[in-house]
Ligand binder design. Structure first.
Ligand code: URA
Length: 216
């Protein structure tokens, strides 16, 4: 199932326009804050599809029969670009456990690149509801490798994959390589083009650099 939140105008569209804008995005604090606010919006929208149970809650004046979240949430993200959106998700799923995984592109001298994963920190994922977020789903490779690495820590009940901007190619690869029934995809926008270096066009540029500064 693919949910594209940007299809209906909302504050997400406003924040995304600022994130894409080549002048406004230079303000790193605003860039990170907008990603964080978008993480919160995704968390809220995803929460509508989760499992709740009713509980009797004692108020100062009586007993309220109240729905409370019953799924065990694990929030996963890909270092480093995923951190601001992850923070937003964690603001809303405040009791969630967290998984972090590093992924970087190692460019081959002859062209092309491989994704290298060198670090992972994760709780058991057995029977969890896993939500993995990364701002950009470009080739899809980082997300696919991250998912495959993470599920070595147990089989989630369901996984939600979240990206602010996805390419058509990234979506195709995720759908081809990951188990359809166990996965929902949540996107802000879908852009058509991918450069030879797997940057999304029009996209926003390099999310990690914009949030945290250039790397060597
Ligand atoms: N990662 C980014 O930060 N930007 C892209 O366009 C693709 C991958």
């Amino acid at each position: 199932m693919i949910n594209i939140l940007g299809k209906n105008n909302s504050l997400l569209s406003q924040y995304l326009s600022e994130i894409r804008d080549k002048d406004i995005q230079k303000d790193r604090l605003r860039f990170r804050k907008n990603l964080e606010r978008i993480g919160e919006i995704f968390a809220y929208e995803i929460s509508k599809s989760l499992n709740f149970e009713t509980k009797d809650i004692q108020t100062p004046l009586g007993t309220a029969n109240q729905a409370v979240l019953s799924d065990k949430i694990v929030l996963g993200t890909i270092l480093r670009a995923g951190l601001p959106m992850h923070t937003g998700m964690l603001n809303f799923f405040d009791k969630a456990d967290n998984a972090f995984i590093s992924a970087y592109r190692k460019y081959n001298p002859g062209g092309g690149f491989e994704i290298k994963i060198e670090y992972m920190s994760s709780p058991s994922l057995e029977d969890s509801t896993l939500i993995i977020s990364d701002p950009m789903l470009a080739s899809g490779l980082s997300m696919i490798l991250a998912y495959k690495e993470l599920i070595k820590r147990g089989k989630p009940k369901h996984t939600h994959i979240v990206a602010l901007i996805a390419s058509q190619e990234g979506i195709k690869q995720v759908q081809k390589q990951l188990p359809k029934d166990d996965i929902s995809i949540w996107l802000g926008a879908v852009d058509d083009e991918l450069t030879v270096k797997s940057y999304i066009v029009p996209g926003l540029g390099d999310a990690g650099d914009l949030a945290f500064g250039n790397k060597e």
